[in-house]
Design a protein. Structure first.
Length: 438
């Protein structure tokens, strides 16, 4: 945490790890920090809840905006700088996402260049960490092989349709690394939610954040630093929505792709994305800025702080960013494949069947567990609380709650309404932990 000195500036570069939050202090000076709680404590800025951000949060399941859940506290978005000039403080853009497609003469030359970038990243990272998280996908497998890791940590569930630990164990055995599994039960999952939400400083409806929190706790028993594989899905279009877009291009497809609930909250991202005329570029620009800065990175920072472990992200690297924005779309994704150039480069470190394994969304049985007692009753009770009325009034969330709980209950229950319900639950739990009950 620091005071913004006269005639100075603070920058938040594109695709960089450390966040920047800023506010005006009690003495009239401006302060900035990499944590909200530290900023509030040192600046003397009053801790007040910002209800205006709730629609944006519900829309995206995280606060996709420069504003935060604390009045007067803002985050510096990627590509922006905070400038003090002769007593005046302003925020302006100093760099932006720019897509090109003419850097390489051939696909083969792009693959070779990417191999070199990855090799350089691993050579640097292995000096600091020899552990990583491992699922069964190409990103975490590449990290484990490229370091190479001496030990890996994976999440496991009793529910076989969500469990990747057996596949991860097989990869760990092939790589000859020590394997640690973190079994996540329904009891542990719900028990840790209040602690995890407060640790994050702002709520998140990303259900994978909770198993990440528990995996970091397990990793801290074995190492002081652990690598995590975030980054390639945003850089190389690993999400299914990119393939869906190619099948049905729409200039504002990003809105549907990133919608959790149909509420307000689009104005700021819309203003930022209006400079992109191509719908595909809009989606990727959003992922590389708002989704990364407002969702992925706060998750990682929170689990690191709470569990006293250094969570490292070698694949969130400016060299990879510059490479990814300079190659044609077809090098990244087609209607039937994704992360194409990344997978082909990964074959230099991994068996082909692992590098080319189809992406599987980080599986979490949240949508099933929320139907089970006593947690279903706990959720319903919370949605009837004073906090729920205060936070959610006028936003029509009852539709999603009613729809979800009207679905057939049981461990095999599925529903398209579970994510809005979980997102609202996370908000309410966070609010109680941070501001208390009403």
């Amino acid at each position: 945490m620091a005071r913004l000195e006269r005639d100075s500036e603070v920058r938040k570069g594109l695709y960089t790890r450390q966040p920047v939050y800023y506010c005006k202090g009690a003495d009239g000076a401006w302060f900035y920090s990499d944590t909200i709680h530290g900023l509030l404590e040192e600046s003397g800025h009053a801790k007040e809840f910002n209800r205006d951000i709730v629609p944006t949060y519900l829309r995206f399941w995280y606060p996709a905006t420069e504003n935060t859940f604390y009045k007067g506290v803002k985050r510096l978005l990627p590509g922006f700088r905070l400038v003090e000039n002769n007593g005046n403080v302003t925020v302006d853009r100093f760099e932006d996402v720019k897509f090109t497609s003419n850097r390489y003469e051939s696909y083969e030359s792009a693959v070779e260049d990417l191999k070199g970038i990855l090799s350089d990243i691993f050579e640097t990272e292995r000096k600091t960490s020899d552990a990583s998280f491992l699922s069964s996908g190409v990103d975490s497998s590449l990290l484990a092989a490229g370091l190479p890791a001496k030990q890996v940590v994976s999440v496991g569930y009793e529910e076989s349709r969500y469990d990747e630990s057996k596949e991860a164990a097989a990869i760990a055995e092939a790589l000859n690394v020590d394997f640690h599994v973190c079994p996540v039960t329904i009891e542990e999952y719900f028990e840790v939610v209040p602690e995890a939400m407060v640790a994050r400083e702002e709520p998140s409806g990303d259900s994978s954040y909770i198993p990440l929190f528990l995996a970091a706790r397990e990793a801290a028993k074995h190492t002081s630093a652990c690598c995590s594989g975030e980054g390639p899905d945003e850089l190389f279009c690993g999400y299914k929505v990119y393939q869906n877009y190619l099948n049905s291009p729409q200039v504002d497809y990003w809105k549907a792709a990133h919608t959790c609930m149909k509420t307000r909250g689009l104005k700021e991202p819309e203003r930022y994305l209006e400079r992109f005329s191509d719908g595909f570029e809009k989606m990727q620009a959003f992922d590389l800025t708002y989704a990364t800065e407002c969702n992925l990175l706060p998750n990682l920072d929170a689990v690191a702080r709470a569990n006293k472990i250094d969570i490292r992200t070698p694949l969130i690297d400016r060299r990879l960013f510059d490479f990814a924005v300079s190659i044609p779309t077809e090098y990244k994704v087609t209607t039937d494949n994704n992360k194409i150039v990344f997978r082909d480069a990964a074959e230099s470190f991994l068996p082909q069947e692992v590098a080319q394994k189809p992406k599987r969304a980080f599986p979490v049985p949240t949508q099933v567990w929320m139907h089970e007692e006593p947690w279903a009753s706990m959720l319903k009770e919370l949605f009837s609380s004073r906090e729920a009325k205060y936070l959610l009034s006028g936003l029509l969330p009852r539709y999603y709650i009613k729809k979800y709980f009207s679905e057939t209950a049981g461990r095999e229950a599925t529903s398209s309404y579970w994510h809005p319900v979980w997102t609202m639950y996370a908000l309410l739990v966070w609010y109680r932990g941070e501001f208390g009950t009403l």
